[in-house]
Design a protein around this ligand. Structure first.
Ligand code: NIG
Ligand code: FE
Length: 405
């Protein structure tokens, strides 16, 4: 396949330390794809010289932008039921007032609704969410368990992840997050032991996840509990992620740096010293403006501080029952206007940065040898896409070298 006629190709292949933010823009560029991989990228003349395109199917991008498929670095896309009543009621009321109305709130409300649904029902609800994500340019998505909080329910969620990965164009990066909350029916330390002694071994034996994540925050997992769980995951072969410092300053960023987690996500309360330590340890910081918007977060991220600290940044929708958006374009639009990233920084976060947050080196940029996950936008430039707030620019999506949407 030869993609030509783009207004610009955004390769996202420039190194992070290059001058400028590095979206790797090629005005009027072209891309050649062979099988599932990118063969060549550059000006059309360069691409035609680099490979024999005589038998290629030519795709005319008609003056549109060509970019790498998005990697959504953080979702909770498999869950039972709906929290729409909570969301609507919380727009004008406190959490306490909403509970007085008899509406259950938060993670535990979803845990009850998730435990009571079988795998087929959970799969049937998650699959159209993935369709919508694909229509918004996402070609790889991370997906966490964490609404089961017992052995069989956590395994059920991860088995749904596997089915989604096998049946859908989007690749799923599966994360075990038994430490998302505490089940109320037993002592907290006993549950931490269950996560470590029963869940992690089963997850690893059955090959159901590549990552282990914990919700490290006031009222949730302490630094010590988080460390124990993530270290147990690492010892068993699960790479580490952490929900850090979303609502309080427990020092989750420092723990991420100590353990060398692949990513640390949220980070609303992480101080500059913690951010710098994370950068030195190579931890990718994952920005999620849409969840902060959905919960009316009191402390939205000032992401200039992340850039100044030298962090590689990833971007996620944080699609979850508490904040429902599938849209990486919207996340980019917010990351720019609300969090202070430049368009090139935000695009890089949504592609190559997020791929690194998921431990993936083979995607996120348009470069020879990379997986051919591409998208075409119906706008003339990256800046137009950032400017048109709420617009979904995605006109077509190519996954593993094939047009899928
Ligand atoms: O990433 N921080 C913890 N978990 C989710 C929210 C989960 C929910 O509201 O169900 C998050 O923001
Ligand atoms: Fe989350």
């Amino acid at each position: 396949m030869l993609v030509t006629g783009a207004s610009e190709v955004l390769t996202c292949a420039a190194p992070a330390d290059a001058p400028g933010p590095g979206a790797g823009r090629i005005p009027g560029g072209a891309v050649a794809v062979g099988g599932a991989r990118v063969l060549a990228v550059g000006t059309e003349a360069h691409v035609r010289e680099a490979c024999d395109c005589s038998a290629a199917a030519v795709v005319d991008a008609e003056g549109c932008v060509v970019a790498p498929g998005f990697v959504d670095a953080h979702t909770h896309l498999v869950f039972g039921g709906s929290r729409v009543r909570e969301y609507a009621a919380r727009l004008t009321r406190s959490r306490e007032q909403v509970e007085e109305l008899g509406i259950q709130t938060g993670i535990m409300a979803t845990v009850a609704m998730t435990r009571s649904e079988d795998a087929d029902t959970l799969f049937a609800a998650a699959s159209p969410r993935l369709d919508e994500m694909l229509a918004h340019g996402t070609t790889t998505a991370e997906s966490k368990s964490g609404y089961g909080l017992d052995v069989s329910s956590e395994l059920k969620l991860l088995q749904v992840n596997r089915r989604l990965h096998d049946s859908h164009a989007i690749d799923i990066v599966s994360t075990f997050m038994g430490a998302h909350d505490f089940p109320p029916d037993r002592p907290r330390e006993a549950y931490v032991d269950e996560v470590i002694d029963e869940m992690i071994p089963r997850v690893v034996d059955e090959g159901l996840a590549g990552f282990c994540d914990v919700f490290c925050d006031e009222g949730y997992y302490s630094i010590e509990q988080s460390r124990r769980i993530l270290e147990a995951g690492l010892a068993a072969g699960l790479a580490a992620k952490i929900h850090a410092d979303q609502y309080s300053d427990l020092g989750g960023g420092d723990l991420a740096a100590d353990l060398g987690t692949v990513s640390a996500d949220h980070l609303n309360f992480t101080r500059a010293a913690g951010l710098e330590r994370m950068a030195a340890a190579g931890v990718v910081a994952v920005l999620m403006p849409l969840i902060d918007f959905a919960v009316g977060h009191p402390k939205p991220i000032r992401a200039r501080g992340w850039v100044d600290a030298g962090l590689e940044i990833g971007l996620g929708t944080d699609l979850c029952p508490g904040g429902y958006s599938v849209s990486m374009p919207l996340a980019i639009q917010f990351a720019c206007r609300w969090n202070g990233l430049s368009p090139e920084e935000a695009l890089r976060a949504a592609t190559v940065g997020s791929a690194r947050a998921c431990g993936l080196e083979d995607r996120g940029s348009i470069a020879p040898g990379a997986i051919a996950d591409l998208q075409v936008w119906d706008v003339p430039s990256l800046e137009d896409m950032v400017y048109r707030i709420g617009h979904n620019p995605v006109r077509s999506v190519i996954k593993n070298g094939k047009v899928v949407a």
